[in-house]
Design a protein around this ligand. Structure first.
Ligand code: 5GP
Ligand code: ZN
Length: 116
């Protein structure tokens, strides 16, 4: 996707503060963190949002959840707890149309419905 910000970050065309990378995923620090730990986890494959995923993406979605645990552990927030969430389409306030999960933690997170 030529005009996709996160595809460009995944391709290394735009710099990011990487915390994890393999063939399938990239995790990097959010540019405007909402908590002491605020990391974005993306599949390198372009998918616009969760609602665009199909059964073909089941394995990727499962792996992403376990990767979140691994990154939470590396960030020292596995035991204290964290939130893993994805915004999907307009009512969620999704700003970047490339599937991404926010991994947030490092202090008590409070209201579940607050925009991340
Ligand atoms: P959304 O609202 O789409 O769920 O979240 C998009 C997130 O991407 C926001 O938290 C925003 O701060 C972050 N973001 C936007 N542009 C950039 C960027 O260029 N680099 C990084 N690291 N994060 C970005
Ligand atoms: Zn993309």
């Amino acid at each position: 996707m030529e005009d996709c910000l996160f595809c460009k970050i995944a391709a290394g065309q735009i710099p990011s503060s990487k915390v994890y990378e393999d063939e399938e995923f990239l995790a990097f620090r959010d540019i405007a963190p909402k908590a002491p730990v605020h990391i974005l986890i993306i599949p390198k494959k372009h998918l616009a949002d969760l609602a665009s995923c199909t059964e073909e993406d089941l394995t990727m979605l499962g792996k992403l959840n376990l990767l979140a645990n691994k990154i939470a552990e590396a960030e020292g927030i596995l035991n204290s707890g964290f939130r893993l969430l994805t915004n999907c389409r307009a009512d969620s306030g999704q700003e970047v149309a490339h599937l991404h999960y926010h991994l947030i933690g490092g202090h008590f997170l409070g209201d579940f419905c607050e925009k991340q």
